[in-house]
Design a protein around this ligand. Sequence first.
Ligand code: PSV
Ligand code: MN
Length: 423
Amino acid sequence: MNINPSQISSHNESLLADHKEKFDFLAQQLDKSGIDVENLIQKVQNLQIEVPSWALGTGGTRFGRFAGGGEPGNLIQKIEDVGVLNTLSRACDSISLHIPWDIPSDANAIKQELKTKGLKINSVNSNTFQDQPDQKHSYKFGSLCHTDKEVRKQAVDHNIEVIEYGKMLDANVLTVWLADGSSFPGQMDFRRAYSNTLSSLEEIYSKIPNEWQMLLEYKPFEPAFYHTVIPDWGTSYSMVTALGDKANTLVDLGHHLPNTNIEQIVATLQLLNKLGGFHFNDSKYADDDISVGSIKPYALFLIFLELVKGETTNMEPAWMIDASHNLKDPLQDLLQSLQNIHLNYAKALTVNLDELRHAQESNEVAQCQEILQNAFQLDLRPLVAEARFRAGGALNPLSAFKSLKVRENLIKERGTSTVATGL
Ligand code: PSV
Ligand code: MN
């Protein structure tokens, strides 16, 4: 399905007068507080978030999956869906592939489709957490950490194959997430599991092209229940440091135990110049993978504040959503996530960092809180809408999605029983 510019314009027309009134008022207020509105708009427009190919279909839980209609049945259709999201939001100009959920068997056709939709692929993800039908060795007891070197080799080779696919598609990031770990005390030797993993990663790292990054994602538990080989940022940091400059840590917001101070992790990794990527989502209990900003918006704002402070470092993290939806229409959900990312980024940008620093240096605790909460409580929706509008997007992507009957059209084109690959 394609949405053409005239459809966006007619959607915008009906909202424009009201929007202008709100935006003009907000712009005046921001201007009075010394905020450069044009610069803010530019920065919001520049923040592009990669959409994972596996979030375009309806996910499930281990208890069941309730598929929606019109899900993308192949990679071309997944690219089409991201095209729709980007046309509406102007916030996601790339799609991330998970291999072998998405095998780009015809790289030229994929590249052509990407070009037509104005999209690209930044990151490719390997999968050594599931067994594939034609696979020789099982990953039941781990992959890169496995006790058997043949299994480790198979997992290393898979990662190298993913790099090769990525090269064909002009990607520049390999993301490695491992389910490796154990579910019972004594099942696995912590030290040997760590060493085997690091040696396997070294083999993969040796194949990373020069202009690429290899990102190492950590997660404290699930599917392993007792120990995960790379459970936290510190373990990931120790490994990426041992690997070299092209290896960096990836922070997935859902991969922390409850109440972890993620903004502090972000600050530390950025200070150490090892924050390479980000998976946005939100959660109440564990890796719930629900819509960004739906549960802990203030935490999201605080994370963005650290990211904004780190903007002066020379490394630009690879931004991505990593979510899975089992109740909402996945495309509507992604539009809400993109909006919340832009909104909290914009709020963080309004913080006067000099003023904050002054309050911190003089230990004016109450004032520090005022500065942060004043920014967080600003309603910047008209500004984010203006940024999107000027970039050719919809003033209200979610209502445009509904009024243009995107899902109904996708169901007409693809039917009601397609199932997208993923978890
Ligand atoms: C694991 O929970 C994870 O966050 C990794 O990024 C995987 O690649 C992705 O989710 C799979 O859904
Ligand atoms: Mn992730």
